[in-house]
Design a protein. Structure first.
Length: 585
């Protein structure tokens, strides 16, 4: 942080340098409107000036100096010993995150104390209000903004910083290895191996990373040499801090990543994964593991931070990793039109459109902005808490991810229901969110169409009478929980009964998938029980399994057909006759 000096402040002009001077010698400058009645007087307080200066593009509120030029130091006791508390109060009451520090005219003897409140500029298209009024400075007063000015601010659009030319850069300032990686990823994503043979400059030009021979900021961020990035755009770097406990303020280890994106991203995940762990979850013979930090989730979180951050702000992207929690912070609030409430539903405009477009074309991010969908879906599907964006504000996006698996049964339930489904048949993020709400006993929060969809898929069951109707997850979930309670057992069918239903179907259709068996045995066995009994039939050589994942299918095994033929002939001829003929031993 570059702190101002007393000598600099003395030469500042209030209007030109966006600074407001107040004496506040006894530390009695009002924090808010207090007991004042007139609106014009209530506004003349710390919160009023912070709001107005933020609306004007940022600036400084200086306490302990006269407003007459040149500004003489008078000293102040304002918030002495309570600077951190003042910062917290301003943030709580305005959502503006100031930086507050004290300086002295006589540093050696700590005399002539001046309190400086540094206020950041408002985000594009965003206004801040004090007591519901958007303020601006007019001379010595704080006045409400005109309707015309408010309208013009709300109509603002964020310029694409990544598409701007980085003056003075040449292709020699770009990293050849990073360009090679970019080309490889593009060729793989677009299934175009010929792309690898194109000259570097043509590739960069085709992707608009070079325009008329000039290098864009996106090119610098994605493939710029590390030393050039450090000198021209140091805030493009990523810092990872590891702490052994959330209660520790000092970090145990701190790593700085200043490489171009295409060289940095895999290294970044590699180092995060070194401190990763996993929990093994098993359902009889089927075993899968749930990592504390899901690779796809973490990569999406980092990619979002890099592609959506505001590069005009000087802070780096910061990742705080704890044994069972991760926080990803990037400068700049949500893109225009995006809020915590509509995060999953709104089609946002990327803050850095060119950069995001190149990342999409090379398979790093989703073009349609589905990265947040993946973060939510994967996290909930692993039985963890929802991703938490509640610590974000207009100046910073802060994502908290918990590694704690709170409900293994829910993870098993979702995995079991989708294991053999194709990608397009798997649950959407909204269906997973709805199931999570139903799991939490909040089925009334789920819309009727979604409830019908989940009910038709056999994932939920209806309870109660007309007026008191509610929904619960299907019995399979409660079997994973080891609970019975009000959930009655299904028929205790054995292998012979299952074969009596399954074999006629396979005789007619030759092949079947797990969903076919679930449908055939509905009302007798739960989905989980069907999976278990089909596994037993495979292990007992009644059925043969073909394919993997969504393409898994089953048919009658050759061994079973052979044994069935022998049994049928024995029924006709008798065992002794077959032995005489040498057909069996």
């Amino acid at each position: 942080m570059n702190r101002l000096t007393i000598e600099q402040l003395k030469r500042f002009r209030e209007s030109e340098d966006k600074v407001e001077f107040k004496k506040a010698e006894q530390g009695n400058f009002a924090y808010d409107g207090g007991s004042r009645v007139k609106p014009s007087e209530r506004r003349r307080c710390i919160l009023g000036y912070v709001t107005a200066l933020c609306n004007e593009g940022g600036g400084h509120l200086v306490l302990g100096m006269k407003d007459a030029y040149p500004h003489e130091v008078v000293g102040t006791k304002q918030s002495e010993g309570h600077i951190g508390e003042l910062e917290s109060d301003i943030y709580r009451d305005t959502q503006i995150r100031p930086v507050i520090y004290e300086i002295y005219e006589d540093e050696a003897n700590k005399k002539g104390r001046v309190l400086v409140i540094e206020i950041p500029p408002r985000p594009v298209g965003k206004l801040f209000r004090f007591e519901d009024v958007a303020l601006m400075r007019v001379g010595e007063e704080l006045k409400p903004m005109s309707d015309e000015m408010i309208f013009s601010i709300l109509q603002e659009h964020e310029p694409d910083f990544s598409a701007d030319i980085c003056q003075g850069l040449t292709i020699d300032d770009l990293d050849k290895e990073a360009i090679r990686i970019l080309k490889q990823k593009y060729a793989t994503k677009q299934k175009n191996p010929d792309f690898l043979t194109l000259p570097d400059e043509q590739v960069l030009s085709d992707l608009n990373l070079i325009k008329d021979g000039k290098i864009t900021n996106a090119a610098l961020i994605l493939v710029g040499k590390e030393e050039v990035l450090k000198s021209r755009l140091p805030q493009a770097s990523v810092i990872v801090e590891f702490r052994k406990s959330e209660s520790l303020v000092p970090y145990t280890n701190r790593q700085f990543y200043g490489q171009p994106f295409y060289k940095m991203i895999d290294l970044l995940w590699h180092d995060i994964d070194l401190r990763n762990d996993k929990i093994d979850v098993n359902e009889n013979s089927y075993i899968f593991n749930i990592p504390y930090f899901n690779e796809e989730v973490i990569r999406e979180a980092i990619n979002n931070a890099i592609s959506h951050r505001d590069y005009r702000r000087t802070s780096e992207t910061v990742i705080k990793q704890y044994p069972q929690k991760m926080i990803v912070m990037n400068a700049g609030g949500f893109p225009l039109g995006v809020t915590i409430d509509n995060l999953l539903r709104v089609q946002s405009t990327p803050r850095n459109r060119l950069l995001a477009d190149v990342l999409a074309k090379t398979g790093i991010v989703e073009r349609s902005g589905q990265g947040v969908d993946k973060i939510y879906k994967n996290t909930l599907s692993e039985g963890k808490d929802k991703p938490d964006y509640s610590h974000s504000d207009p100046f910073r996006v802060e994502l908290h991810l918990s590694a704690v698996i709170k409900d293994k049964a829910f993870a098993l339930f979702l995995d079991s229901e989708q294991r053999d489904l194709s990608e397009e048949d798997r649950l959407s993020v909204f269906e997973v969110l709805a199931l999570n709400s139903i799991r939490e006993g909040k089925s009334n929060d789920v819309d009727k169409e979604m409830l019908k969809t989940l009910f038709d898929r056999g994932l939920i069951e209806k309870r109660g009478k007309t007026r008191g109707t509610y929904y619960i997850l299907s019995k399979s979930y409660y079997e994973f929980c080891g609970k019975e309670g009000e959930y009655s057992k299904r028929d205790d069918w054995g292998i012979e009964q299952v074969l009596s239903v399954v074999m006629p179907h396979l005789t007619k259709f030759k092949i079947a998938k797990m969903k076919d068996f679930v449908s055939l045995l509905d009302g007798h066995l739960t989905r989980r029980q069907v999976r278990l009994v089909i596994t037993q039939l495979v292990e007992g050589h009644y059925l043969e399994k073909e394919g993997e994942g969504a393409s898994t299918a089953y048919r009658v095994s050759d061994e079973y057909i052979k044994n069935s033929a022998i049994m049928a002939r024995a029924y006709d001829l008798g065992i002794e006759e077959m032995k005489k003929r040498g057909e069996i031993e």
